[in-house]
Design a protein around this ligand. Sequence first.
Ligand code: A2H
Length: 253
Amino acid sequence: EGVIPQEYTLVKMEVVPPFPAKFAFLEGKKVYLAAATLRPETMYGQTNAWVLPDGKYGAFEINESEVFILTERAARNLAYQRLSHIPEKASCLVELSGQDLIGLPLRSPLSFHKIIYCLPMLSIVTDKGTGIVTSVPSDSPDDFMALQDLKAKAPFRDKFGVKDEWVLPFEVIPIISHPEFGDKSAEKIITEMKITSQNDREKLEAAKKVIYKGGFYEGTMIAGEHSGMRVQEAKSLIRSKLLEHGQAVIYSE
Ligand code: A2H
């Protein structure tokens, strides 16, 4: 962790009832996977959520009616940001593993898909953000490659009990157009750099840097209500709207 705090937007991805046995007792409450993102303007392009299969998570009481699923570390930080039913203390209702979360159907703000699913990603670290990531394969090389791995490798799906219908119908959705990278920038870079797996960490880190260097914010929105607007301007408008509608909260660490 650096000295300068990182401010994330936590997007509230609602778990669609009925809940699985492990947290069926939460029926009647709103339960969300809380995904940490630096790119709220990309939420139109969501295709799924990511969790670390052997990661440790919990369902934490945020207030009387809302529960967030995230890491305990993130829940503790949130508690100090006034987002816990018990002031300054994380209130865990049940411990869950990443594997418990795989396959959950989710309703996520701004997503063009009514329902998206929670899937395994192996490069998630549990000491950053919430340990939950929302997937935007059009604009994130990590997301593109992890989704590609699941689509291309049936044994990989089987290993984590991932059903075909949680993955195969979900295509890349173009949402931002870049002068250099086109409207599926992540895929373009992955192809150019010949990246073949989500475990190709060095190349993927380089791919992310290329995207940033290439003037990321020269992109223009081509989806959603700010279509036609520069990403730089749209970003804060979209973020404010998510916050205003109770579909996201601010989180810093
Ligand atoms: B970003 P930084 Cl479209 N482990 O959101 C691994 N990755 C994580 C994470 C964790 N625990 N928590 C958050 N992230 C991802 C969107 C996005 C993101 C796009 C393009 C690039 C991008 C959709 N996924 O991030 O180390 C989240 O993915 C590129 C770095 O704090 C979050 O934003 O800079 C970003 O990494 C935060 O990473």
